[in-house]
Write a protein that binds this ligand. Structure first.
Ligand SMILES: Cc1cc2nc3c(=O)[nH]c(=O)nc-3n(C[C@H](O)[C@H](O)[C@H](O)COP(=O)(O)OP(=O)(O)OC[C@H]3O[C@@H](n4cnc5c(N)ncnc54)[C@H](O)[C@@H]3O)c2cc1C
Length: 376
């Protein structure tokens, strides 16, 4: 881990940890906290220094997502979405759109999000049923996105649609939050966990976007999803769920030491509990080690970096869920009844297996990647 991780960790402990329980209780996006994240410069992380950003890489992206998630996974997850959307623009947008977005993020504190998933195509978000029709002044979009993290807070949403010229493939757009016809269905967010994400549907009802807000050419959406979105997104999720597993371990260890029976024996003195603590620590460290290694491999451009990133995300997701089950056994009634964060983290962890690409889909992709087969 770099010194940037230490900086993000210190920021998270000061600003995020104290709010974590309340964010869950309110089940609303923590806008004031995110404003602080913006002010502290974290949303400029991937923007080159010559353009006013921090000029950092997907390694620090991974580190920051992990540091934030070690305080509150829903905050780490929300932050991750901004970086992934921005990375896609930085890598694939033409000069005019790229400069516009950089200016918005650097000089106006604007935030981005991903509005890809739809009710129809579900976890296969690289397929879109959103229609696009050429009209005077741009393209008219119609569709419904199913779960959009930071919906209503973010200023720009990456939206996949059919092509507007009838060509093959899908097209990626930057849609402003205040475009006419964009509606946030905030009352429809009832997430079990990751409740601060406020990942509600967005309706796109005759939304006209100018051609200058198209990322790259018509029909490039699938290649953008697989070449720019996928790796930082899947790596970021590995970091987020590593943070959840680490928190479960830390809470269980602390509880086992401090919970003392009337006869003076602590939970930590019971051998079965010791075995659970051992298992928890291994699961958390294992998630962390593979995530850090995947980021290293990605930055080094190694041939098997895709396999490592997929493995890190699957592993962290499954370890976070399993760590939650074991932690609940150790922490017992206090964990179940909300006296510790155990039950909140358990609910947060369950999001990991269904977030696109779901753990099952990723397992299939990893098998294909190892066998040298195309993912789709
Ligand atoms: C907390 C949270 C935040 C989210 N934030 C965003 C966001 O910001 N932007 C966004 O675009 N989306 C977001 N989503 C949506 C998410 O990424 C998924 O697309 C969505 O949850 C899946 O929708 P679905 O239930 O219709 O999936 P379905 O497609 O119905 O899949 C249901 C299950 O079936 C299984 N399955 C389906 N197809 C296959 C297959 N081919 N092989 C193996 N298994 C398969 C999978 O395991 C999957 O879990 C978020 C979701 C959550 C939970």
């Amino acid at each position: 881990m770099t010194t940037f991780y230490d900086k993000a960790k210190a920021f998270a402990e000061e600003h995020i940890t104290p709010l974590a329980a309340d964010i869950d209780r309110q089940a609303a996006f923590p806008a004031a906290l995110f404003d602080k994240i913006v002010e502290a410069g974290y949303t400029k992380l991937l923007i080159p220094q010559q353009d006013g950003g921090l000029g950092l890489t997907l390694n620090e992206h991974q580190e920051t997502c992990m540091a934030f998630a070690e305080s509150c996974p829903t905050v780490g997850l929300s932050y991750m979405m901004h970086n992934v959307a921005l990375h896609t623009v930085l890598e694939r947008a033409g000069d005019e759109l790229r400069s516009f977005v950089i200016d918005e993020v650097v000089n106006h504190g604007k935030v981005m999000a991903l509005a890809y998933s739809e009710f129809g195509t579900g976890t296969h978000f690289y397929i879109s049923d959103t229609t696009a029709e050429k009209v005077e002044g741009g393209v008219r979009l119609n569709g419904m996105k199913s779960m959009v993290t930071m919906a209503g807070y973010a200023n720009y949403y990456l939206v996949l649609s059919h092509t507007s010229d009838g060509s093959e493939g899908i097209t990626n757009w930057v849609v402003p939050a205040d475009a006419e016809g964009v509606a946030f269905k905030q009352a429809d967010w009832h997430g079990l966990g990751m409740r601060g994400n406020a990942s509600c549907p967005i309706a796109l009802d005759n939304v006209v976007v100018p051609e200058r807000l198209r990322i790259g050419a018509e029909g490039e959406g699938v290649s953008q999803v697989f070449e720019q979105v996928a790796l930082p997104f899947i790596l970021g999720l590995a970091a987020v769920y590593t943070g959840a597993a680490e928190q479960q371990c830390a809470i269980a260890v602390e509880h086992a030491k401090s919970r003392v029976y009337p006869n003076g024996q602590s939970l930590a003195q019971i051998e079965t509990v010791q075995l659970h603590l051992s298992d928890l620590y291994i699961k958390a460290q294992n998630a962390r080690a593979l995530t850090v290694e995947a980021a290293r491999s990605l930055m080094a451009g190694e041939p098997d970096c895709l396999a490592k990133v997929l493995a890190a995300r699957i592993n962290a997701s499954e370890n976070a869920i399993e760590a939650s089950r074991i932690a609940m056994r150790v922490v017992g009634g206090k964990g179940y009844n909300g006296a510790t964060a155990t039950e909140r983290l358990l609910r947060d962890s369950f999001a990991s297996q269904i977030m696109a690409p779901s753990v099952d889909v990723l397992h299939v992709w990893l098998g294909k990647a190892l066998a040298g087969l195309p993912l789709l």
